[in-house]
Design a protein around this ligand. Sequence first.
Ligand code: ZN
Ligand code: MN
Length: 147
Amino acid sequence: MPDSETRLGHMLSRLRERGQRITPQRLAILRILADSEGHPSVEKIYDVVVRDFPTTSLATVYKTVTLLKELGEVLELEFSQGSNRYDGSKPFPHPHVVCTRCRRIVDPDLESLSALTAQVSRQTGFKVVNHRLDFYGLCPQCQKEKR
Ligand code: ZN
Ligand code: MN
């Protein structure tokens, strides 16, 4: 897994290539995305950035996230219920585990993923180029609180 400083550096150079200005607000947004602890929503990113940069608007966060998505530098996780969530740490398809109670999202490290992909390909004749694999349940914290 790429470390967040490497990811941040990469995002910055991709934006500069596009002639994008890197404002302090934008840098703060990128830092959060490069780390993507818990897979933040746009609103969550905004809540954090606005503390240090009170002039930040939600639109600025949306624009930055959308641009990075277009550049393939952030993975968007769409949910029919609740906000979309983002992963700029691993901007390629990978499985997720979603807590149905607190909406926490983590990345499981599945050794069997490549074997599973090969099996899908073998059974269906498809050349697999992408996947969506989400597991749902209660995170350890929520299991404790339920008792
Ligand atoms: Zn939970
Ligand atoms: Mn992820």
